[in-house]
Ligand binder design. Structure first.
Ligand code: NDP
Ligand code: 8X3
Length: 258
């Protein structure tokens, strides 16, 4: 039986990169995607090295696109070689927070980036991949939501709205894709130290550390382990929603720092 194939958006960093490493280490065929092409090439070489596959069939395929651009997404998915087209698992992970400001001070550019990436980007990639899953009568979509999609926190306004949309879209997808045997799962993490906070604070690396001070945050590997768990359950079992926080966090608004 051929190895299963996973496509991960946002594999250049954080959760996506850790998930690519986890699945490649388990022998899956991994399609890694993102905007930073150099990082994807470095990761491809590293993951291929795991298998010594220089002579054998490729275990990693790189797709380079911005999830906000629907035509680019469709073109990239359509460009997959025949042997890479049967995507078993899609991880909609690409996303970001931009800014942490009260609504009256929010920057329009930040709002557009978050909504275009976290909501429309997830829809673009899903729309391009789902028809193949329907044709094959199976597949699994794993959306990376957030505790910010469960409760709103002060100054989180638009980011929280985008992740509430992911929460709703996950439920909607599950209902619509049920007749086609496609599983749909949301994983909703709390505080995790990746490049997320550096992006949120527009490159201010000192400010980016503050959310994680005084607690042990989640790591990319923690989320990768949960994606692996959800993706490898028996065919009749579907995790609908998995909320995961550091032990020091109960929800978006209740965090105990030492
Ligand atoms: P990182 O910043 O480390 O990774 C984000 C990834 O998304 C990068 O690979 C980036 O790739 C990709 N990405 C961003 N914008 C685009 C775009 N327009 N097109 C394609 N790819 C894009 O953050 P995380 O790993 O932490 O975040 C991953 C997901 O997890 C996000 O959806 C985030 O909202 C969510 N999340 C994060 C939490 C945290 O505390 N860290 C907690 C809960 C959820 P590139 O820049 O190369 O395009
Ligand atoms: C990321 C977690 O609490 O920074 O989605 O919004 S939080």
């Amino acid at each position: 039986m051929p190895a299963s194939t996973i496509l991960i958006t946002g594999a250049t960093s954080g959760f996506g990169e850790a998930t690519a490493r986890r699945f490649a280490a388990e022998g899956w065929r991994v399609i890694i995607t993102g905007r930073r092409k150099e990082r994807l090439e470095v990761l491809r070489k590293e993951l291929e090295g795991l298998h010594g596959t220089v002579e054998g069939p490729p275990v990693v395929h790189v797709l380079h696109f911005d999830v906000r651009e629907y035509d680019a997404v469709v073109h990239a998915i359509a460009s997959l070689p025949q042997e890479w087209q049967a995507i078993d698992v899609l991880v909609n992970n690409a996303g970001l927070a931009a800014g942490l400001d009260p609504i009256q001070d929010g920057r329009l550019d930040d709002w557009e980036r978050m909504l275009d990436t976290n909501v429309k980007g997830l829809l673009h990639v899903s729309r391009a991949v789902i028809p193949g899953m329907i044709a094959r009568a199976g597949g699994h979509i794993i959306n990376i939501g957030s505790t910010a999609g469960k409760e709103v926190y002060p100054k989180g306004n638009v980011y929280c709205a985008s992740k509430h949309a992911v929460d709703a879209l996950t439920k909607g997808m599950r209902q619509d894709l049920l007749p086609h045997g496609i599983k749909v799962t949301q994983i909703a993490p709390g505080l995790a130290e990746t490049e997320f906070s550096v992006v949120r604070f527009h490159g201010d690396t000192e400010k980016a550390k503050t959310p994680y001070q005084g607690l042990t945050p989640l790591r990319g590997e923690d989320i990768a382990n949960l994606v692996w768990f959800a993706a490898t359950l028996p065919p009749h079992v579907c995790i609908n929603d998995l909320v995961v926080t550091p032990t020091a966090q109960a929800n978006s608004n209740f965090i105990v720092k030492q």
